[in-house]
Design a protein around this ligand. Structure first.
Ligand SMILES: Nc1ncnc2c1ncn2[C@@H]1O[C@H](COP(=O)(O)OP(=O)(O)OP(=O)(O)O)[C@@H](O)[C@H]1O
Ligand code: SF4
Ligand SMILES: [Mg+2]
Length: 352
């Protein structure tokens, strides 16, 4: 496979006015259940730039996967995007770009189908959920390729084999005829990556792509994603609750709590100079390299409230060690600048 250099690859995806490739603004995605409305995503905003990786972090249930699925308009029922904008810039031809709000496109229409899985691909949190158990790996890869290209069966098969080889699956020609259950966890993850990348997406959404894997396979998959990003110039939204992984892969970080961002900054700044008490708490729960094997990690006090019972003031106040009575339990802080390229929503900082 002949691939361009990293700078050529990134340049191919860059937007002419330097704007983000994808801009999610004030996204609200709610689930209308029999027991009430779940505010899974409730005012989330973030940006993704060409060739860069945005790390989306937060504890389980804070809305990371629902935010990602909202971008592709594949939120499970009874969920629905109720407000916000998802501005994405497509390149229709060399030098010609169109910026569209994906939420204004028909979810089942041809424009959205060309973007979903073509220009923006996703690796799902549940490794097996991308593959149908009743079709071979090859058929599914070829179908994805042919949905987004004009390739013949023969060309699609060759491309599928090349991609399986490229992601490090041994004997790719033979693997093509096998069913997904025959693959190990690591191989299934690699095949999913091959399927997601086989259409040469401009953005890859990787939702916890290594959580189910052992440490060695985890490291291999992270290396693979970084290598493929360097080769193709794609941008990534990397979703995880593991800040250790974020330190390795992300350029920018958005920290999410109860459906919205509480802090955003470049990755080095988040680690060196975290501002929000929630980010600080997440950072103290990363295993230290010098930790004794049985040493317990400090965990964040209390548990994340259910999005149905979101506190109306600062959502982190019941758990916050820096809680200011009379302020934090009375009103909600807003995301505001707290440094260069650094934003947080906390009353400890002026302007929030
Ligand atoms: N189909 C559904 N019906 C009702 N509520 C849902 C549904 N899917 C998700 N939710 C709720 O939306 C909230 C956000 O879920 P989401 O899956 O985005 O969390 P997450 O941050 O990805 O967590 P994890 O790290 O565990 O993957 C959770 O409270 C979850 O219970
Ligand atoms: S606003 Fe108050 S409760 Fe919320 S994170 Fe800041 S200090 Fe803690
Ligand atoms: Mg998730």
């Amino acid at each position: 496979m002949t691939l361009p250099s990293r700078s050529e690859a990134v340049a191919a995806h860059r937007i002419s006015d330097g704007a983000p490739l994808l801009e999610v603004k004030n996204l609200h995605t709610h689930f209308f259940t029999g027991e009430g409305i779940v505010l899974a995503v409730d005012g989330a905003s973030f940006e993704v730039h060409a060739g860069k990786t945005l790390g989306l972090v937060g504890e389980s249930g804070c809305g990371k996967s629902v935010a990602a699925k909202s971008i592709l308009q594949i939120v499970d029922k009874p969920g629905r995007v109720v407000d916000g904008e998802i501005l994405y810039t497509s390149q229709v031809s060399a030098g010609q770009e169109i910026r569209r709000d994906l939420l204004k496109l028909d979810a089942g229409g041809s424009e959205m189908r060309a973007i979903r899985g073509g220009e923006i691909s996703m690796i799902f949190q549940e490794p097996m959920s991308s593959f149908s158990p009743v079709h071979t790996v090859g058929n599914q890869l070829m179908e994805a390729i042919q949905l987004h290209t004009e390739m013949s069966d023969k060309e699609a098969e060759e491309t599928a084999i090349q991609w399986l080889r490229h992601v490090g699956i041994p004997n790719p020609t033979q693997r093509l005829n096998e069913f997904p259950y025959r693959l190990s966890g690591g191989q299934c993850q690699r095949a999913m990556i091959a399927m997601a990348l086989s259409t040469n997406p401009r953005i890859l959404i990787a939702d916890e792509p290594t959580t189910a894997l052992d440490v060695t396979t985890q490291a291999q998959i992270l290396n693979l994603l970084q290598r493929l990003q360097a080769e193709t110039g794609m941008a990534m939204i990397f979703i995880t609750h593991d800040l250790g992984v974020i330190a390795e892969v992300a350029d920018e970080v958005a920290v999410m709590y109860l459906g919205r961002m509480v802090e955003k900054a470049p990755v080095k700044e988040i680690f060196r100079n975290p501002k929000h008490p929630y980010t600080k708490a997440l950072l103290t729960s990363i295993p230290r390299i010098d930790a004794q094997p049985r040493e317990r990690l400090p965990s964040i006090k209390g548990s994340i409230p259910h999005p149905q019972n979101r506190p109306s003031s600062c959502p982190f106040h019941p758990r916050c060690p820096a809680f200011i009575p009379g302020t934090c339990d009375q009103k909600e802080p807003q995301l505001a600048p707290v440094g260069e390229n650094h934003q947080a929503s906390c009353f400890l900082y002026p302007g929030c």
